[in-house]
Write a protein that binds this ligand. Structure first.
Ligand SMILES: [Zn+2]
Length: 276
């Protein structure tokens, strides 16, 4: 994807089915076009790679399927196989922004080596997370969060935190690299954050799970997927208005169909997505 001076790629891991309880499985043969099973939602998994020319940044890390040496799976794709497609090695990545710590966004960050030791998938990367998000992940070990879909699995992250790989953000707005700003929204989880990318008068927003795909633009989603529903709705509306004013491109992490687009206003349907 050409976005001016920055290189920007979506690293798609495929299409998955997620149950209300949060179990996930890959739809192996998507060509058969089986109707989605009831009570399962179909989602894409699409981390983003930004190469500014001097810094390589990943936005979320995917499911990490097949990274563990114990269970090799030649059929799967993950952050390492997808970086390889674009000519990057895991050690090339300088920074990772995790929108939040649910495992479908964070699991690719680590793997279990043959020896059973948890190791960093991206050995040179600093990981940017909101401080209150890490606290929420730790709390979830004692109190269930009560929301549908994917949850926290902080156990694998301890090692990385202990090794000083995490940078815990406490600011609502933080420019981590020239043109790349992390914005805390909360809502979906207490420390959920999105990313604004600006260069050459162009603005791009990576929406994380605040707007997982285009169907979230104008509907109130059935089932509780957000920790704080009201806060999430408000933050979602603010993002849509800002993105519309900026003529910004939106990048979606969980889309099955359109993974990017720009917003236009439709008098009957509110915000709708057009190519962009
Ligand atoms: Zn998610």
């Amino acid at each position: 994807m050409d976005r001016g001076d920055f290189r920007l790629e979506q690293l798609s891991e495929g299409i998955f089915e997620v149950s209300a309880a949060g179990s996930i499985r890959k739809i192996r043969d998507h060509h058969k076009k089986e109707p989605p099973r009831e009570s399962f939602a179909q989602v894409g998994i699409d981390p983003v790679l930004i190469d500014t020319g001097s810094t390589r940044i990943l936005l979320d890390c995917g499911l990490g399927m097949g990274l563990d040496r114990k269970e090799p799976d030649p059929d799967t794709s993950n952050i390492v196989t997808n970086l390889d497609i674009f000519g990057y090695r895991p050690e090339d990545i300088d920074m990772v922004v995790l929108s939040h710590l649910h495992y479908d966004h964070a699991a690719g960050l680590s793997f279990t080596a043959k020896t059973g030791v948890v190791s960093a998938t991206l050995p040179n990367a600093k990981v940017f997370v909101q401080k209150n998000e890490w606290e929420a992940a730790l709390r979830s070990l004692e109190e269930p969060t009560g929301i549908n879909g994917m949850g926290y699995e902080p156990d694998d992250l301890y090692r990385l935190v202990a090794d000083g790989r995490f940078v815990f953000l406490e600011d609502e707005l933080k420019e981590i690299c020239k043109g790349i700003t992390v914005i805390r929204t909360g809502g979906h989880t207490p420390g959920h954050q999105i990313v604004r990318i600006r260069q050459n008068n162009r603005t791009i927003y990576y929406c994380g799970d605040l707007i997982p795909n285009e169907t979230y633009l104008n509907r109130f989603v059935a089932g509780k997927i957000d920790t704080d529903t009201v806060k999430a709705r408000k933050a979602r509306m603010l993002l849509m208005q800002q993105a519309w004013r900026d003529q910004a491109t939106l990048l979606f992490y969980h889309s099955v169909y359109r993974k990017t687009g720009m917003l236009v206003r439709d008098k009957n349907r509110g915000f709708v997505l057009k190519k962009g």
